[in-house]
Design a protein around this ligand. Structure first.
Ligand code: GDP
Ligand code: IMO
Ligand code: MG
Length: 429
């Protein structure tokens, strides 16, 4: 296939970074289309780890082009830091390797201040955001007051926008959120400086993609977050502020739907969630601790302990429909090694009735009880498996159950964080 989309099917952190890095070998361009540095995508190559927050996960390949689409919200401080960090690791990032869409929105200091102050004000009812200013930046995009990357090429426009926006934001911060105001001149000076550094990377990403399509180059689209964090389809309001679903590739990168040929969903072999919100299969017992510890389930962005639970296939089945999934990559299968019995949630019981899909109402969601199927676990170390036949039969049965219950085939099975720790049944490219 020419162009492949990778999306998360749960609540993020499914292992998208690892799979995108792996698939980049066969791609020419890697494109992010939504989210911002709320994402943390971990790559492990030759035992060395790198976490991408804003730069696409294909960046470690010297001859591939990475693009940041218009659908993102970009914190320039974080982007510059990531460019510097990669440079220190020996990966020099030039405009030949990285483009930033001129239409991407820019995260400003007031977005971060509002995000943090709102969470404090909400207290117990907080969303548990990453505090990176993601929601407030998308709000300004929709309110038509946002700063865009293109404004970095016009210092006067940038100054005018910052001055006008801060008048309103400082009022809101001080009078409503009891937070500190921001100094207009300091923000202008800081952003003019960063604009100068980022200017060479700013381009029309949609045009670059058109050229790539016309010269038959292969494009890999990298989703951030997960389907159930989607602003429309997720566990609202415990969601992020963008659309991680595959359909948003078109709007968020500037490409037509006829150019998307394969959608690969990443399914972690169990479920995790960072931040607040419903989680029907959550385990608060020692099995949950076992998975959390073996899976090293700490947030790649905020370092928070991730909540862990059994695999919820009602959630994954919804994702298959919402994204039009052609295949899966099942990740972190190795983490389940050693558990005697494995449970898979195949639907819910709600007020005595069986339902197969997640209800929109949070109150109904809270009353949902998981309906489980039980499978036998395996004890063998599977991190060395590179072919299906090298997996114990019970591990293969677990993957088969996922395929049968969702109707989607598993193309990739990941058995460790390293690029090579993979069973590639079929390459989607
Ligand atoms: P992403 O946000 O979807 O890219 O996922 P994260 O990078 O936030 O979290 C996934 C974590 O699991 C990272 O620490 C990866 O290095 C690690 N990982 C990915 N695949 C596997 C796997 O198959 N087995 C194990 N043990 N770890 C994995
Ligand atoms: P990757 O791409 C897991 C969660 C936050 C919070 C909610 C809203 O690494 O899978 P936000 O800061 O986006 O307004 O927070 O969304 N969240 C993620 N959880 N992985 C992510 O990204 C996430 N990005 C946001 O924890 O619950
Ligand atoms: Mg992550």
């Amino acid at each position: 296939m020419s162009n492949v989309v990778v999306v998360g099917t749960q609540w993020g952190d499914e292992g998208k970074g690892k799979v995108v890095d792996l698939l980049t070998a066969k791609a020419d361009l890697v494109v992010r289309f939504q989210g911002g540095n709320n994402a943390g995508h971990t790559l492990v190559v030759d035992g060395k780890q790198f976490i991408c927050h804003i730069i696409p996960s294909g960046i470690l390949y010297e001859d591939k082009k990475c693009l940041i689409g218009n659908g993102l919200v970009v914190d320039p401080e974080v982007l510059l830091e990531e460019i510097r960090d990669l440079g220190e690791l020996g990966t020099e990032i030039s405009p030949k390797r990285l483009s930033l869409s001129e239409k991407a929105h820019i995260i400003m200091p007031y977005h971060k201040a509002v995000d943090l102050a709102r969470e404090v004000a909400k207290g117990k009812t907080k969303i548990g955001t990453t505090g990176r200013g993601i929601g407030p930046c998308y709000e300004d995009k929709v309110a038509r007051t946002g700063v865009r990357a293109v404004d970095f090429t016009e210092p006067d426009t940038l100054k005018e926008k910052i001055t006008a926006n801060l008048e309103e934001k400082n009022f809101y911060l001080t009078k409503f959120l009891n937070a500190e105001p921001l100094d207009v001149q300091a923000v202008i000076d800081q952003y003019l400086g960063m604009a100068e550094e980022l200017k060479p990377f700013i381009t029309d990403v949609s045009l670059e993609l058109e050229q790539a399509v016309n010269s038959n180059r292969k494009i890999l689209f990298e989703g951030a977050q997960g389907t159930h964090l989607d602003i429309d389809h997720g566990t609202y309001p415990f969601v992020t502020s963008s659309n991680p679903v595959a359909g948003n590739v078109c709007a968020g990168a500037g490409i037509g739907p006829n150019q998307l040929h394969h959608v690969l969903g990443i399914v972690k072999a169990y479920t995790t969630r960072v931040g607040a919100g419903p989680f029907v299969t959550e385990l608060t017992d020692e099995t949950g601790d076992y998975i959390q510890e073996r899976g090293v389930e700490f947030g790649a962005t905020t370092g928070r302990r991730r909540r862990c639970g059994w695999l919820d296939l009602a959630v994954v089945r919804d994702s298959a429909r919402l994204n039009g999934l052609n295949s899966f990559a099942v990740t972190k299968l190795d983490v389940l090694t050693g558990l005697e019995t494995l449970k898979i949630c195949v639907g819910y019981e709600l007020d005595g009735e069986r339902i197969n899909s997640r209800p929109a109402s949070l109150k109904k969601m809270a009353r949902c009880k998981p309906v489980y199927e039980e499978l036998q676990g395996w004890q063998e170390d599977i991190t060395g498996a590179r072919e299906l036949g090298q997996l114990p039969s019970r591990a293969r049965e677990y993957v088969k159950a996922i395929e049968e219950i969702t109707g989607v085939p598993a193309f990739i099975i990941s058995v460790g964080p390293g690029r090579e720790q993979t069973v590639m049944v079929q390459n989607p490219f």
